[in-house]
Design a protein around this ligand. Structure first.
Ligand code: FMN
Ligand code: SF4
Length: 494
């Protein structure tokens, strides 16, 4: 039996049967042009995810309206359907993955710092947006997608209506109560359902916590989840934060909603604990279940291993596990877990280079990939041999000033090519911890503290994720910077 039985139990969502409970949550790629058409780079990117067999692929946010934007997919006109249809055909012909399209409406934003707000929309604008969601959902269905996902998270129109902080309207769509904040969402879901029919799966993604001052938290979002369940949506995908309100302005640039604290909560960086947002899904799932609804809930946010994903499902904290960056780093993550090779997964290091590329409207790639590549290369399935060290893995480490250690190592060798290196550290003889990974053979440890002895060890990996044996370790003793010998402050070495 597979070691991840919950992950690999199929899941029925309305008319769609997912082969496993792993979802690629939407991730803007900036691979399309500003014309918004599906192009070959987009097809290649999603075909690569599909080759890794993730149960549900949610294709990146695609505009329901014709507003100007940078590179972003569009679904606001029938002319966009054919490109999506071709891509879907190829994915379905080659992979068990099911595919949803995330559809989005966003308000205008200028480099000057001006932003359109929901308060500036009149009733006709609101009705037009609701209609645009309905029409875009129909195009999604007609293009051959297995589901549509309504984007109601982060800094965009739907989320701003839901927001406790940014909905400053004072009418029936306004911030007066949770009911009025939810009216836009409610009418949109009803409209989409009436247009796509009862059998076509509708998912909704929203923020379980806004993660900004005066924003809503779990105490309210559980009612948003309940409303969605009562409206008959087919799955709920939870995100967090990603707001304009705390975004950090850059001179001459349009505000990017993932630069502040709430941006970190949306895409938790390496400094955050794994599964940083799982408690939100657990709270919402428990609440809607208590009310007799079993709408599947997807949790996302720095879930880095299949072991952790399995535990989340096993403990009933969510019904599906979402991954974005872990799958960008290694699209074969699901397949490797299915085949019992989780130790071959190339680990995301959560340094958020991909997020910075998105911010700058550059093609979104991963820092661990080959330079200039637009995808992870397909590995040779016959390749089971890990890289080798010509000299046993010669590692050198130099103590730099102020708590930094520069680690360098010899290049490994592999018949199919070396892909990258994992850096491990043991402190004072304790077990080795994975510090980071690198596509080069250099790394600087920024957290080497005086008064400790560190051992560094490297493993190389190839394109199939096969690991080398451990390199020779290197030890660095870091003396305390000044003898601390006062009566009231003494550090004793163990
Ligand atoms: C480059 C990038 C683009 C993203 N684009 C979207 C998007 O289009 N829609 C969305 O709902 N979330 C988007 N996200 C958020 C992810 O879906 C996900 O919720 C987040 O990265 C946390 O999950 P992770 O820790 O598994 O990466 C994006 C994230 C990244 C890194
Ligand atoms: S760029 Fe960094 S954070 Fe993004 S997927 Fe790659 S390793 Fe993960």
């Amino acid at each position: 039996m597979n070691q991840f039985p919950n992950l690999f139990t199929p899941l029925q969502i309305n008319s769609m049967t997912l082969p496993n409970k792993m979802a690629l949550t939407a991730m803007v790629t900036r691979l399309s042009g500003t014309d918004g058409f599906v192009n070959q780079d987009i097809v290649d990117r999603y075909m690569r995810f599909a080759a890794g067999e993730v149960g549900l692929i949610v294709v990146e946010a695609s505009a329901v309206h014709g507003a100007k934007s940078g590179q972003l997919l569009r679904i606001n006109d029938d002319e966009f359907i054919a490109g999506h249809r071709d891509m879907l055909q190829q994915i379905h012909d080659s992979s068990p993955s099911k595919v949803a399209l995330q559809i989005i409406h966003f308000l205008k934003i200028a480099r000057s710092g001006w932003r359109q707000t929901v308060k500036m929309l009149d009733k006709d604008d609101i009705q037009a947006i609701i209609r645009q969601y309905g029409e875009a959902a129909v195009r999604t269905r007609d293009a051959g997608y297995d589901a549509v996902e309504l984007h109601m998270a982060h800094a965009y129109t739907m989320s701003s209506f839901l927001s406790k902080r940014s909905n400053k309207r004072n009418d029936e769509y306004g911030g007066g109560s949770l009911e009025t904040r939810m009216r836009m969402m409610t009418e949109t879901v009803l409209k989409v359902r009436s247009m796509v029919g009862p059998d076509f799966p509708i998912g909704v993604r929203f923020d379980a916590e806004e993660c900004i001052k005066d924003g809503y938290g779990l105490s309210e979002s559980k009612f948003i989840g309940l409303r969605l369940a009562q409206l008959g949506v087919d799955y709920i995908s939870l995100s967090a934060g990603g707001k304009f309100e705390d975004a950090i302005a850059a001179e001459g640039e349009a505000l990017y909603p993932y630069t502040g604290y709430s941006g970190d909560r949306a895409m938790p960086p390496a400094t955050y604990q794994d599964g940083a947002n799982v408690y939100m899904a657990a709270g919402i799932k428990a609440f809607i279940n208590e009310h007799g609804y079993h709408t599947p809930v997807i949790t996302t946010g720095k879930i880095s291993t299949p072991e952790m994903a399995e535990e989340i499902l096993q403990s009933g904290q969510a019904d599906m596990v979402g991954f974005a960056r872990a799958l960008l780093a290694d699209p074969d993550f699901p397949k490797k877990a299915r085949l019992g090779n989780p130790d071959k997964i190339v680990r995301c290091i959560y340094g958020n280079v991909c997020k910075q590329l998105d911010e700058k409207f550059k093609k979104v790639t991963c820092t661990l990939w080959l330079r200039h590549g637009l995808n992870v290369p397909m590995a040779d399935p016959e390749d089971v041999e890990g890289p080798t060290w010509p000299n046993g893995g010669d590692v050198k480490a130099n103590l730099r000033q102020n708590g930094r250690v520069r680690v360098e190592w010899e290049s490994a060798e592999d018949a199919h090519g070396v892909y990258g290196y994992e850096i491990f550290r043991s402190a004072n003889g304790a077990a080795y911890e994975h510090l980071s990974s690198s596509s080069t053979n250099r790394f600087t440890d920024q957290n080497a503290l005086a008064g400790n002895s560190y051992q560094y060890m490297i493993k190389a990996y190839d394109f199939a994720g096969n690991r080398s044996v451990e390199s020779e370790p290197v030890t660095v003793e870091i003396p305390l910077p000044v003898p601390i010998d006062g009566d009231h402050l003494r550090i004793t070495q163990p």
